[in-house]
Design a protein around this ligand. Structure first.
Ligand code: SF4
Length: 336
């Protein structure tokens, strides 16, 4: 970077510090692989559903950004694969989409979180493909790293059949993963809804030939995270701290938290920046925030833009949003 650019950045950073936050904090990459979903939840911050196009971010694009980020020291080496519903790829004849991506990412030593609503467990054809694929990805990559990925299942009062779907997935995994490397399931829900997890454990305890042990894994912070291990082959990691933000369809729910402030208002020095790629060709900072800080990942020919270019644009865009917020605040003071 030239001296002039350094001085420019220094001055702008003093005036609009969000630029430095976006440029210097470590980042996680999130791929919202599709907006299609079996469900139409009232709380969906992505407004996903069956009426959305069955389009997916091409696997090659995700691989391209995985490789581009891998050599970037600011990348936390964490990728989230989510949707809509990523497992709908099996329904739309892209049966290799999830295993190909999961093996590619985990094979590069990158921690991965695959988020699913579990609706597919109710369909025999899908269930018989997805469970063995997930077990195979875990088995193949466990050779180089223990618990190479986590499968996140939503357990809350909004997702239809959440308790039943989660229970069935755990039972099926425990049956098919016997004597194989342990698989990690993250059971996530909203604050105040952990009673659902207690019901899940009670249901598992009441299931024949099911044993539950206690274990711990170390978090990045060094703290121990408690796990419940089912039949010594499926580890459950509960977390019920999430807040429901009023983005997407959730804005119609009275209990959702207002989210009109841009994401940078809640970023602090301990946080990671979330960089979310979607099917519409956008990269957005943060998730589920109110006003979005967004730039395109596609160029005018539809090809993926280079990652450093995207990061530079995100810095500019975040500065613009902070400036806009400052002007609004000033205007409010003068109006008063
Ligand atoms: S919240 Fe999840 S399950 Fe519900 S519509 Fe959105 S993506 Fe689908």
């Amino acid at each position: 970077m030239s001296k002039i650019n350094q001085v420019f950045d220094y001055v702008i950073d003093r005036l609009l510090p969000v630029g430095r936050v976006v440029r210097e904090l470590p980042y996680v990459m999130i791929f919202k692989t599709t907006h299609w979903c079996w469900y139409n939840c009232a709380h969906c911050c992505e407004s996903a559903g069956k009426d959305r196009p069955a389009e997916f971010i091409p696997a090659d694009v995700i691989k391209y950004y995985t490789d581009a980020a891998k050599s970037d020291p600011k990348f936390t080496k964490e990728i989230v694969l989510t949707g809509g519903e990523i497992m709908a790829s099996y329904k739309f004849n892209m049966e290799n989409y999830v295993p190909e991506l999961a093996n590619y990412i985990a094979g590069r030593g990158i921690r991965m979180d695959i988020k699913t609503n579990g609706a597919w467990i109710r369909n025999n054809d899908l269930r018989t493909k997805i469970i063995p694929d997930l077990i195979s990805v875990n088995e193949r990559n466990s050779m180089q790293c223990r618990l190479p990925y986590q499968l996140s299942l939503s357990l809350d009062k909004y997702h239809p059949n959440a308790l039943e779907n989660t229970y069935k997935i755990i039972c099926e995994m425990a049956r098919q993963n016997k004597n194989k490397p342990m698989i990690l399931l993250h059971i996530s829900g909203f604050m105040g809804q952990d009673w659902l997890y207690k019901e899940l454990l009670a249901k598992l305890l009441a299931t024949r030939n099911t044993r539950i042990d206690y274990a711990y894994v170390a978090a990045k912070s060094g703290n121990a995270i408690p796990l419940h291990v089912i039949n010594r082959c499926v580890a459950l990691r509960p977390s019920f701290e999430a807040l429901l933000f009023a983005g997407g369809r959730a804005k119609n729910l009275p209990e959702a938290f207002p989210s009109k402030n841009p994401t940078f208002e809640i970023i602090n020095n301990d946080a990671d920046v979330l960089m979310a790629f979607d099917t519409m060709g956008n990269v957005t900072l943060g998730e589920n925030s109110g006003r979005k800080i967004t730039v395109p990942w596609r160029d005018k020919n539809g090809k993926p833009r280079q990652l450093p270019e995207i990061k530079r644009d995100l810095v500019r865009r975040a500065r613009y949003e902070q400036l806009r917020q400052k002007v609004i605040n000033l205007k409010n003071i003068f109006v008063k």
